[in-house]
Design a binder for this molecule. Sequence first.
Ligand code: AMP
Length: 585
Amino acid sequence: MLEKTEERLDSEAVIEEFESLTKDAGKVQKEILKRILQENGEIEYLLKFGLDGKTDPASFKARVPIVTHEDLEPYIRRIADGEKSSILSAKPISTISLSSGTTQGKPKYVPFNDALIDSTMQIYKTSFAFRNREYPIIGNGKALQFIYGSKQFKTNGGLTAGTATTNVYRNTEFKRTMHAMQTPCSSPDEVIFGNNFQESLYCHLLCGLIFSDEIQVVSSTFAHSIVHAFRTFETIWPQLVTDIRDGVLSSRISSLNIRSAMEKVLVGPNPKLGDTIHRKCLGLSNWYGLIPEIFPNVKYVYGIMTGSMEGYVGKLRHYAGGELALVSGDYGSSEGWIGVNVNPRLSPEMATFAVLPNIGYFEFVEMGLPEEAAVVAAAAQPVGLTEVEVGKEYEIIVTTFAGLYRYRLGDIVKVKGFHNSTPELQFICRSNLVLNINLDKTTEKDLQLAVNTSANLLAGEKLELVDFTSFADRSTDPGNYVIFWETTANNNNNNDEIMQECCNCLDRSFVDAGYVSSRRVNSIGKLELKILKRGTFNKIMDYYVGLGSAVSQFKTPRFIGINNHKVLNILSTNVVNTYSSTAFD
Ligand code: AMP
């Protein structure tokens, strides 16, 4: 095996490569499309469209249709069922990824092959190189990574299926890259891939504490996992301290695999470290600055903090204290990666993603009026990567090395600028997620903004919003928005006055013109704010994890569809109070 020092990533070389790739992104895109089509020209799916060996963008766009996941599902299903012929890609699809399903209600099957591992490593290395310029890792550190493998299973055809992040964490390249980035995970594999999420989380925290002086990065894929981890820490830290003092793993960890792996980390009693952590925990005020206090050498907190993760940034800031940087993670999906955060000093709210022009072929459909969105794929002419315009919003269409051709990813982005000739995108929202009753089209972003404004009122009462979701209730006439909140309020507390205020504020804070005008004439009814029992969103996460989704990819769904009976049932059975808006009375 190579010495760690020899493995170290040459950040400047990585940045140089990125600069050269993005100088003429248009040319790189053409070459990538050519390579994808040359490699896959003979596959069943593409043969249907009579490309006749043509690999140029014009022929590709003229002959191959824009599709959704639904259109490709029968093909993916056949691959999962074990058909050997090259259906979607010439390279064999060895694995099926399960997209988290939290955004769209049910997990989707997506083809996965080695090309996705390569692009994942390229993204990791590129964004690390830019981060490392600003916040260098010193020597060989460790990362407290709240990452979790999900269960893998075999499809009918014997292919392994699991979430994309699990496929990545299991790949040897992942470990090698983490070492090269001087921040391997502080937990053993048995913890990452444990069967029980609570046990894995406990041990991640314990390993982090044991190596607290070596931890230089605290991270996860999505910010939710970091916030969830430290909220848990707030309640279980005395047990963790006991384990460290005594050098004995708590009996709450039942997995023998994890227990034997942890024996190598928890090597004997360490009362000194236990006492230090104990003192530090008691010294914190409401856990403000917890991360730098416990991990004195941490350089930054890293994870996706944009899109549906924005709601957790406030709490992360609290844990990070005033000084420690929050660096928003990159932009990708189970289908493939899109862009890298090359401006790590930007606050999470301003984060953008520079598209890597060699990891796929990208097209962009300009978003017009909301009504157009539904027919957009059929009507509008998408533009290429370098033809997008600053200030405009687009839906992304991807063509990948893993069998997706002109595939609607379902995300809306805004072009904020360019890095050389590749665009820097801001994530706006999922295109299919809107609250809609009458003339209104409230997007995930609109909802987040309204919730932010209203949740600010909680601060005066020393309360916090833990998580939220929404539902368009059309069972009554007129229909109305229902917003579900879990807060830090004790279930028995009487917070009627403030909650009523929050409810009215929410109702007033939706900016969509259709919503406001419909509310004025009562063609949309009074908004309802439903307060949930503590722990309700953990139950929702457990439910999705039970479906095969990974905690690492979990995103609280911000809208619950009428057919999502299970989640609606969890919500409705956990409501402790309902407030009805008087904002438009
Ligand atoms: P998954 O279903 O787990 O593959 O999730 C992929 C989706 O997560 C993307 O299509 C986006 O909607 C969302 N996502 C991924 N990265 C980001 C990011 N950096 N900012 C906002 N949303 C993201």
